[in-house]
Design a protein around this ligand. Structure first.
Ligand SMILES: Nc1ncnc2c1ncn2[C@@H]1O[C@H](COP(=O)(O)OP(=O)(O)OP(=O)(O)O)[C@@H](O)[C@H]1O
Length: 252
């Protein structure tokens, strides 16, 4: 459950000057894997994630989620963006339970799960707070809880920590590692931050710009559970040197 298969996927945005955003991308993600897409701005990372989210259609190739073609968004794939678009008039609790509530999921199912998730993201004391009363990091934690409350088989994260200051970003990375260790959900994570990709992932797909392609896939075998202390280990630094060299090649 939560398996992903991109088979020779291409995406061209039509128009007077059409953009070939993805060119012949193949990618397989196993159940519970954490895969990062890493690459420069405009290389098609978001396009790839949006296809899997069902927000957009591919031009060519095949895309399967749990063996079935992706045609539309669904509660089996939770999405987290750079900014958590929370309802400003609803408190944290009501933001988190909004999805299952409007979908008619029985209270007895979503309430315990929402409570558990708020605890996991460290916001159980803030259930009654309004979004305006929260920091950026806390809002993103609400966004993560909201994406997970439907019990998705995959979590799709597009630069989720991109707007946060460095210190908050580190604590969010630690939080995500802990949440993922607990839940084991498949994750596709878009970032242009090399450290973040190495720290979090089982595998990094390095992408090149225009047309977007996966130029290299790098398995990250750092031991788990990981913590931000891993950021300074010799193995970590070796991965970083390797990827920096790769991305330099990609740029020129
Ligand atoms: N709806 C669209 N219509 C036309 N072109 C688009 C559309 N969406 C994306 N593109 C183009 O496709 C290419 C890939 O964009 P995409 O957003 O996937 O890149 P990205 O790697 O996620 O970049 P960033 O890191 O800046 O978010 C870019 O050249 C972009 O301008």
């Amino acid at each position: 459950m939560g398996t992903v298969l991109f088979q020779n996927v291409s995406k061209t945005f039509p128009g007077v000057r059409s953009v070939r955003a993805l060119d012949d991308v193949s990618l397989q993600i196993g159940e519970g894997d954490f895969v990062a897409l890493l690459g420069p701005s405009g290389c098609g990372k978001s396009t790839l994630l949006n296809l899997l989210a069902g927000f957009d259609r591919l031009s060519d190739g095949a895309l399967l989620f749990d063996g079935r073609p992706v045609t539309r968004p669904g509660p089996d794939r939770g999405v987290v963006f750079q900014e958590a678009a929370l309802f400003p008039w609803l408190d944290v609790w009501n933001n988190v339970i909004f999805g299952p509530k409007v979908q008619g999921v029985p209270k007895s199912e979503y309430e315990p799960r929402a409570r558990e998730l708020l605890r996991l993201v460290g916001l159980d004391a803030f259930a009654e707070a309004l979004p305006v009363q929260l920091s950026g990091g806390m809002r993103q934690r609400v966004g993560i809880a909201r994406a997970l409350v439907m019990n998705p088989r995959a979590l799709l994260m597009d630069e989720p920590f991109g707007a946060l200051d460095a210190q908050t970003r580190l604590s969010m990375q630690q939080l995500l590692l802990d949440v993922w260790e607990t839940l084991g959900t498949t994750v596709l994570f878009v970032t242009h931050d090399i450290d973040e990709a190495i720290l979090l992932s089982d595998r990094i797909c390095v992408m090149s710009a225009r047309p977007g392609r996966i130029v290299r896939t790098i398995p990250i075998t750092l031991p788990r559970p990981r913590s931000i202390a891993s950021l300074t280990s010799p193995a970590f630094v070796a991965y970083k040197a390797d990827i920096l060299a790769e991305m330099n090649v990609v740029h020129h």
